[in-house]
Design a protein. Structure first.
Length: 262
């Protein structure tokens, strides 16, 4: 892969993906799905800094997509149902025609968007990638693991016990690495719907024990037919769960400018 577009470049998944691609010396064109800036988006871009392999567009539109040209791979980080609205559908369809491979990356298949997905995945180079829970540097601070880390670092513990649903979980950098590898793979099934899962089925329990977080049954355990038919690809962990969690703590401490005394 020589170049790639990441739509949602400062999202949790998108930012980790951008860094992985840059490290591989892939030219990355980063754009955003929303004009609403999150609190730490500028900090993320500063972390990348000036880099010959990274070009940041900001809010994307049809004109900027047409001007950008063709890409070996395009990754749409679709974190919420809102991101499937009409103007984004048109952009996805346009990039599917223009690019080598297009990946629609989402944490779940929303029942209301199945018809939309069916239309978007008519393009032979488009693949839907469904991912489990993720943790790691830049995890949104409303997520239980990140909230717990901030509470530990600041000494401002909340009054309520933090709770997570019982589910599969992956370190975000391992997930980003697999996203890149998917551009080089052929899939077994014709549906081109892929669900990534961790090889370590004890990861969630280890995290919960380490962070003193309560695990509850998943609220909605039902799957759409798409998810049932998806090809499951298991992701190898590059680090022990506790090591990955330690990196997330260190990264958060640095952002909060909390340094351990020698």
């Amino acid at each position: 892969m020589k170049n790639a577009m990441v739509v949602g470049a400062t999202s949790f998944v998108g930012f980790s993906l951008c860094k992985k691609l840059i490290h591989r010396e892939v030219e990355v064109y980063g754009v955003e799905l929303s004009q609403n800036k999150a609190a730490h988006d500028e900090d993320k871009l500063m972390e990348i800094g000036r880099n010959a392999y990274f070009r940041y567009q900001g809010l994307f539109n049809r004109e900027s997509l047409e001007a950008a040209g063709k890409f070996d791979a395009v990754y749409f980080c679709l974190e919420t149902e809102e991101m499937f609205k009409r103007e984004y559908q048109e952009a996805i369809a346009f990039m599917s025609e223009q690019s080598g491979k297009v990946f629609l990356v989402t944490p779940r298949i929303f029942a209301e968007t199945c018809t939309i997905l069916q239309k978007l995945l008519k393009h032979p180079n488009s693949t839907l990638v469904v991912h489990p829970a993720l943790f790691g540097p830049w995890q949104p601070q409303e997520e239980p693991i990140q909230r717990k880390i901030i509470e530990e670092l600041t000494g401002e513990a909340g009054s309520e016990k933090l709770v997570m649903e019982d589910q599969d979980i992956l370190y975000v950098e391992d997930f980003a690495e697999m996203l890149i590898k998917l551009s080089e793979q052929r899939f077994k099934k014709e549906s081109r719907t892929v669900r990534l899962a961790s090889k370590d089925n004890k990861a969630m329990k280890i995290l919960a024990d380490e962070m003193d977080i309560v695990i509850t049954d998943k609220k909605d355990a039902t799957q759409t037919e798409w998810e049932k038919d998806a090809e499951v690809i298991y992701v190898e962990s590059s680090l022990e769960v506790t090591e990955a969690l330690s990196l997330q703590r260190q990264h958060t401490a640095k952002r909060l400018k909390i340094v351990d005394n020698p």
